[in-house]
Ligand binder design. Structure first.
Ligand code: ATP
Ligand code: MG
Length: 512
């Protein structure tokens, strides 16, 4: 007897529907799995048969062939346990399950027949909806995540026997309600735990952060120890505009495919991610990779912030791999198992001290480093990476009077409202989705960043004195466009350009 079940596998962060055929025939008892299964799928044979026995169910005793199609795609992980088990039960004369092929099913099985959570439930739900499946059967722990997708019924199951009873029509399970919009609103209305009101003084730094976030520009902060660089960086997500449903689903998909949402309530990345990997991170950890490519920190930071604290401590080769995602907003990884492209559109924020002791150029402390030490420290950051940082920000130590004045800084909500209106201007101008000024294409730069004669002269002299590259030229124009947007100006005025050029100071002061 032949039974057919639909499931899905992860290809990078996207789901791909897999058809599982189970055929039982007479012959010596054996179960054969074909269709490029990996070790975890091959091992499922033992888990599945034990779970079926412990659930008091039957499976065909003759020669059983399990085929996973399409045959040329590698099938990974334990999420095929539940559909394979149901296929085996359905292929048995005693327990036909006629409704089986209307569902998309995924779940790992424990030996006692209980269903364990899986990775990538959201991507599986999206793949099932794309294929026109009416309903989805998933482990209870993943049901809320999958229910973020509208237009498909999601049923959470706890055990194999409960699932069989449901498919036979002997028991009922209520569908998990779809509440993505409501969750998003609830998270958007929460006040941030890290607020810019806590940061005293540092007005210039806050202004530069406002510009960076408004236009999606990369930011480099340089200052002595304890000046508040890490503190400022942690507060950046609090001034970013709330995510749209599309952005939230995109981000959740990435986090879910890495298994980061297991046991999280709600299993939904509804606020902007802030990723701060340690400087010992490997190239694969940052970019994504391993034998079967999975997303790295640059993709986990998609739609949010990637914060590289103590930048010179990162290996130079690790930083160099950032160059492609910073330009394209995506990262392409090629391995023996295939080539995959992951989204990686983030704002890069980096922090560093000016020298190994941290006090080079500080008015209060003398620097203890030799010129060679300072140079070696700075050379760890390559010119091309520095060229991609739009805003270079010097963060001086806060003075005693600023710390003790008693007045709080401006709250994040106020800054966020200005950022939002600047982003709305960009959306009106650039159209599609949530594109920011930083992502303007060359033609759009020519179209939207026209300069008056005075502005053109200003930029020309900056190019000559700072020896800026063509990329830096474009990036200055984009930052100037953002500053003009914050002031509701249609045209870039010389003072907007002046401010944008002032953010390239490190080109002049430190690296030249
Ligand atoms: N402007 C400020 N307002 C209020 N507190 C501040 C400010 N700057 C620094 N602090 C206090 O100093 C602590 C240390 O700041 P932070 O860790 O951000 O420094 P840093 O610049 O990252 O130093 P390092 O270079 O050593 O990493 C903060 O946790 C905060 O308590
Ligand atoms: Mg720090």
């Amino acid at each position: 007897m032949l039974a057919k079940v639909f499931s899905a596998t992860l290809q990078g962060v996207d789901g791909l529907e897999i058809e599982i055929e189970v055929n039982s025939a007479s012959g010596l008892p054996a179960i054969v799995i074909v269709g490029l299964p990996d070790v975890a799928v091959r091992e499922s044979r033992d888990r599945v048969t034990t779970a079926i026995v412990n659930s008091m169910l039957h499976w065909p005793r003759g020669r059983t062939t399990i085929n996973l199609a399409p045959a040329d795609v590698r099938k990974e992980g334990p999420a095929f346990d539940l559909p394979i088990a149901l296929g085996l039960v359905g292929a048995c004369e005693e327990t036909p399950l006629p409704a089986l092929s209307t569902f998309c099913i995924a779940g790992e099985l424990a030996l006692d027949g209980s269903v364990r959570p899986i990775k990538g439930a959201l991507s599986i739900a999206l793949a099932a909806r794309k294929q026109g499946r009416r309903a989805l059967l998933l482990p209870c722990a993943n049901a809320h995540e999958a229910a973020l997708v509208e237009g498909i019924d999601v049923f959470g199951v706890e055990t194999l026997s409960q699932t069989v009873a449901f498919l036979k029509g002997d028991s009922n399970i209520s569908a998990t309600p779809h509440n993505a919009g409501e969750l998003l609103e609830r998270v958007g209305a929460q006040s941030p735990t890290e607020d810019f009101a806590d940061v005293r003084g540092q007005h210039l730094a806050k202004r530069a952060i406002e510009v960076a976030v408004s236009g999606g520009h990369n930011l480099l902060m340089l200052g002595p120890p304890g000046s508040g660089k890490s503190m400022l960086a942690k507060r950046i997500p609090s001034v970013m505009p709330p995510m749209s449903l599309k952005e939230a689903i995109e981000t959740t998909k990435i986090h879910s495919s890495c298994g980061l949402l297991a046991n999280k309530q709600p299993a939904f990345v509804a606020s902007r991610p802030f990723r701060a990997p340690h400087h010992t991170i490997s190239d694969a950890g940052l970019l994504g990779g391993s034998a079967n490519p999975s997303p790295g920190e640059v993709s986990l930071a998609h739609n949010g912030v990637l914060f590289l604290d103590e930048l010179p401590e990162f290996r130079r080769s690790t930083l160099e791999v950032l160059r492609q995602p910073l330009e394209d907003g995506t990262v392409t990884i090629s391995r023996a198992a295939g080539t995959l492209t992951f989204p990686a559109d983030f704002v890069l924020v980096a922090a560093l001290n000016p020298c190994p002791c941290g006090f080079y150029g500080d008015r209060q402390h003398a620097c203890r480093c030799s010129i060679t030490q300072v140079q070696r420290y700075r050379q760890r950051i390559s010119g091309p990476l520095l060229d991609r940082m739009d805003i270079h920000l010097e963060v001086p130590a806060v003075t005693y009077s600023e710390m003790t004045k008693g007045e709080l800084g401006e709250a994040s909500v106020n800054i966020r409202s200005r950022v939002e209106s600047a982003r709305n201007k960009q959306r009106d101008r650039l159209g599609d989705g949530a594109r920011t000024n930083a992502r303007m294409r060359p033609r759009e730069i020519r179209q939207h960043c026209a300069l008056c004669t005075e502005g053109a002269l200003l930029l020309q002299s900056a190019m000559q004195t700072l020896h800026l590259s063509a990329r830096a030229y474009d990036r200055i124009l984009k930052v100037a466009r953002t500053i003009a947007d914050l002031e509701y100006e249609l045209k870039i005025a010389p003072h907007h350009l002046q401010e944008a050029i002032s953010y390239r100071t490190l080109d002049r002061n430190l690296w030249k």
